[in-house]
Ligand binder design. Structure first.
Ligand code: ARG
Length: 552
């Protein structure tokens, strides 16, 4: 594995520069494969050593580079050491390269490839709570929820691969004034039979109708307020109807998530934290953080000068709590329940301010762990439409993706087709936009998404399936005659050199939680192929939430 060589080079540096080898490990990186005949496998950046204070930061950097390159001694593993521009290049023995790199595959440890890297030692392991998807009951499951689902799943898988204990949480929008409307409207427009048959659709319809009605009916508005009041006071009839809405929605979502191969450990929601939200208000009060605004609302002053120029409302003038109040309560409660080491929220970027306020308020309440809470935000998706129009339900997107893929692959065998479309349609459709920073907005385009050629998820699937076929055809032969010294022609060496970067790429993704590093790495993993490469591809795809298929 790559770490064998990195450690070897780091040890050499440690000896020469009289430092512990550990400090050199992050500075030694695999050289990305760009040109066909690339000789260097690893490089050391001299400026990193200057920043770390290992080399003096004054003085000519090129001179330092050349001097150091001359002092380092080659050996049987590190065969060539040469100075580049501000970097030292290392070429390792080709036979060792193949042997060490492919070692885990020979031992049947395919799924561990790259994961034991010492690069991950600096990442704190522990419990990571990832909150994602989080749709709102009776409202649309919009493209933002879809992206949150896929990105959150990626982050959870990645963290888990790197040895963290991961809690996957779905935080439903299951509380608030909309349930007043829904409760009031259900009596008029709802039907229990329809609710059972097609719950998401029916709740949405009722919600749309009652909203329309409320526009010109004071009575409905009054009834909605009354219903919500009953809910907040835990009156049993209202609560029992609300419970029905919630349970039926969760069951339905579970079924749809299953189609995606996505699961949650916990379905929580805003409703869980009403009482705790009241406690939060008291705590804010007793810390002197709760102020009353001119409008009579309860606010927390977040301005630097304490002049109320930047406030966050946590209490309405009618005494009800808000989204943020429930989020403060939810965070504190999660810390108590799960004692997480870090918590990650995944939503679109329109909620950036919300989360930054949330973290600030938690900190001001003395919860220093809020420093280990992160909001991973992503750009907006435009134009996600199905044949029947705008996307309302997650399942519509899934059905559309499946139909389109079936159409595109009408020549493949039917069994393979079903397996493929069942498991992979969704993550694959969102694949394209993960190649860049999550922050950018992007235009959704079905045709582009589902292309089998080019930089798409479908292409990865094809590559993987093709590899599976050639590997199984050659399996017996290969195992018996595998001789690493035969892998010296340039195509093989390039693949090996590319594989050297897998742990670095996971490390990068683990740091900034962006899938682009892993995706671009996988797309470049161009292959003439053999089993080691196939396994890395499959492992990486699984982390992205795409279940690899063997045939298509
Ligand atoms: N339900 C919210 C929405 O659809 C997303 C929830 C995000 N998570 C949170 N803890 N606020 O916009």
């Amino acid at each position: 594995m790559a770490c064998f060589f990195r450690r070897r080079i780091a040890a050499k540096l440690g000896k020469t520069l009289r430092h512990s080898e550990e400090v050199f490990i992050p500075a030694v990186t695999a050289v990305p494969v760009m040109k066909k005949q690339q000789t260097a496998d690893f490089k050391l950046s001299i400026s990193t050593l200057r920043v770390n204070g290992i080399l003096p930061s004054s003085g000519d950097i090129q001179l330092q580079t050349e001097n150091l390159a001359c002092t380092l001694k080659q050996d049987s593993v590190v065969e060539e050491i040469s100075a580049g521009r501000g970097v030292i290049n290392f070429k390792v023995n080709r036979k060792f390269l193949a042997q060490k790199l492919l070692e885990p595959f020979g031992k049947g440890e395919d799924d561990k490839f790259g994961l034991n890297s010492e690069l991950f030692l600096s990442l704190k392991r522990g419990t990571t709570l990832v909150e994602y998807s989080s749709p709102n009951i009776a409202k649309k499951f919009h493209a933002g929820h879809l992206r949150s689902t896929v990105i959150g799943n990626f982050i959870a898988n990645l963290k888990q691969s790197l040895g963290n204990n991961v809690i996957r949480m779905n935080y439903l929008g299951d509380w608030g004034m909309q349930f007043g409307l829904l409760g009031a409207g259900f009596g008029q427009f709802g039907c229990l039979e329809k609710l059972k048959q097609n719950p998401l659709q029916h709740l949405f319809e009722v919600y749309v109708q009652v909203n329309k009605e409320a526009e010109h009916s004071e009575d409905i508005k009054q009834a909605a307020r009354e219903f919500f009041r009953q809910l907040e006071q835990h009156e049993s009839q209202a609560v029992s109807l609300w419970k029905q809405f919630r349970e039926i929605t969760v069951r339905e979502y579970q079924r749809v998530y299953q189609r995606l191969g996505i699961h949650f450990d916990v379905y929580s929601g805003e409703s869980f934290h009403q009482d705790q939200a009241q406690e939060v208000l008291q705590q804010l009060q007793s810390r002197g953080l709760l102020k009353t605004s001119e409008k009579g609302t309860g606010v927390v002053d977040l301005s630097l000068d304490g002049d109320m120029s930047n406030v966050c409302t946590v209490l309405r003038s009618d005494g009800t709590t808000l989204y943020i109040t429930r989020d403060i309560a939810a965070a504190i409660n999660r810390k108590e329940m799960y004692n997480f080491d870090e918590m990650i929220y995944v939503t679109d970027k329109s909620q950036e301010n919300h989360f930054s306020q949330l973290f600030q308020i938690l900190l001001s309440m003395g919860h220093s762990w809020a420093q280990r809470c992160r909001h991973v935000s992503f750009g907006l998706v435009q134009g996600m439409k199905t044949r029947t129009g705008e996307v309302v339900f997650l399942e519509d997107v899934l059905d559309e993706a499946r139909a389109r893929m079936l159409h595109n692959m009408s020549q493949s065998s039917s069994k393979a087709r079903c397996a493929l479309v069942k498991l992979t349609a969704l993550p694959m459709t969102l694949f394209q936009d993960f190649r860049g920073p999550l922050q950018s907005d992007y235009k959704f385009d079905w045709d582009q998404m589902l292309q089998a050629q080019g930089d798409t998820g479908v292409f990865l699937q094809y590559t993987h399936a093709r590899l599976c076929r050639s590997v199984s055809r050659n399996e017996g032969v290969e195992a018996a005659t595998f001789d690493p010294s035969l892998l010296h022609e340039q195509t093989s060496v390039s693949i090996l050199q590319h594989l050297l970067r897998y742990d670095e790429v996971l490390y990068q993704s683990a740091q900034d939680l962006q899938p682009k590093h892993l995706i671009n790495f996988l797309l470049k993993l161009w292959l003439r192929l053999f089993s080691g490469a196939r396994s890395v591809l499959a492992n990486g795809m699984r982390i992205l939430g795409i279940a690899p298929v063997a045939k298509m």
